[in-house]
Write a protein that binds this ligand. Structure first.
Ligand SMILES: [Fe+2]
Length: 301
């Protein structure tokens, strides 16, 4: 990981922004340079992450892809569960969001957007057209195969039915997008693929979620996976319980325990890591996947 330098040259924070600042100082270490842009995560609620794609930091607070006049840079916000810490985070860095991406309609993914729209009325809100009724403030409906271009990054929309029927993911390749592309890219996959796990089947069939995960597994191994919840420790504890002698799972479980003990996020993961140690991704067929999903749903470890 490349530490993202939020630095100490912050503008004085108000009391309402101080908490968010303290949180984001801790998690900015998860910001990863990717071409000219960078992803940062903001922890909110119990275990949600809100992601912000913005210009790569040059080492000073507020630095972004904005002009040299120190004016605001631009950013894309992914799945804002709540608004206040996101607004504080952006304002501290003089970032202006131009778009919000939504992976699905659950409140802990869209709850902050109406307030963000009050603060930045020009925001594009991009969500599944098929979920227009459940995400009524969307300004641009998208579907599988659609391509967007924001902040100079190509964004591919992938249908991901399973957790919900209209769930989508956003994939931002950095290279040519081929499977062996060493530069990978960024994947915002909401509640479809988790680090060491996958989303629950709330509206889709096992077959659908299995197919969705298979599509993600075919992305370049280096792809950074920005999933929306910090569930990794519980996922690996379950996997370790089922397969106590699996080396890849053992190694990762120990690593995750160390990261969480240090209050570090385990996100992003990579497609390559999930291919190695995620039982859902490793499943050879729908039947095996279904058994694992049933096991995890009923596990009370
Ligand atoms: Fe969800």
């Amino acid at each position: 990981m490349h530490p993202s330098a939020a630095g100490s040259a912050q503008t004085p924070a108000t009391s309402s922004t101080a908490r968010a600042a303290a949180d984001s100082e801790r998690v900015l270490t998860a910001g990863l340079a990717s071409g000219a842009s960078e992803v940062s995560l903001i922890p909110v609620l119990d275990d949600n992450y809100v992601f912000v794609l913005h210009g790569a930091s040059n080492g000073s607070a507020g630095a972004s892809n904005g002009g040299s006049d120190g004016g605001p840079g631009q950013a894309i916000v992914v799945d804002p569960a709540v608004a206040e810490p996101v607004i504080a985070w952006l304002e501290q860095r003089q970032l202006e969001p131009i778009a919000v991406l939504h992976t699905h309609h659950h409140h802990d993914h869209i709850g902050g957007t109406p307030e963000l729209l009050l603060r930045w009325p020009q925001l594009q809100v991009i969500a599944a057209a098929a979920d227009r009724q459940r995400i009524p403030f969307q300004t641009q409906g998208v579907g599988d195969g659609d391509r967007l271009n924001l902040l100079g990054r190509a964004i591919e929309v992938m249908a991901m039915p399973g957790h919900t029927r209209a769930h989508i993911a956003f994939y931002l390749p950095t290279g040519d997008g081929s499977v062996d592309d060493p530069s990978g890219g960024e994947l915002f996959c909401g509640d479809t693929l988790f680090a060491g796990g996958c989303g629950r089947l709330l509206e889709g069939s096992p077959e659908q979620l299995w197919q969705s995960l298979q599509r993600l597994a075919a992305l370049p191994a280096a792809t950074r996976v920005w999933c929306s919840h910090e569930y990794t420790e519980a996922n690996l504890r379950w996997a370790h319980h089922l397969h106590p002698n699996d080396q890849a799972i053992n190694d990762r479980f120990r690593q995750v325990l160390r990261m969480r003990a240090a209050e570090r996020p385990t996100i992003p993961t990579t497609i390559g890591e999930e291919l190695l140690s995620n039982l859902f991704v490793r499943s050879r067929d729908v039947a095996e996947f279904t058994r694992y999903r049933h096991s995890k749903d009923h596990w009370r470890g």
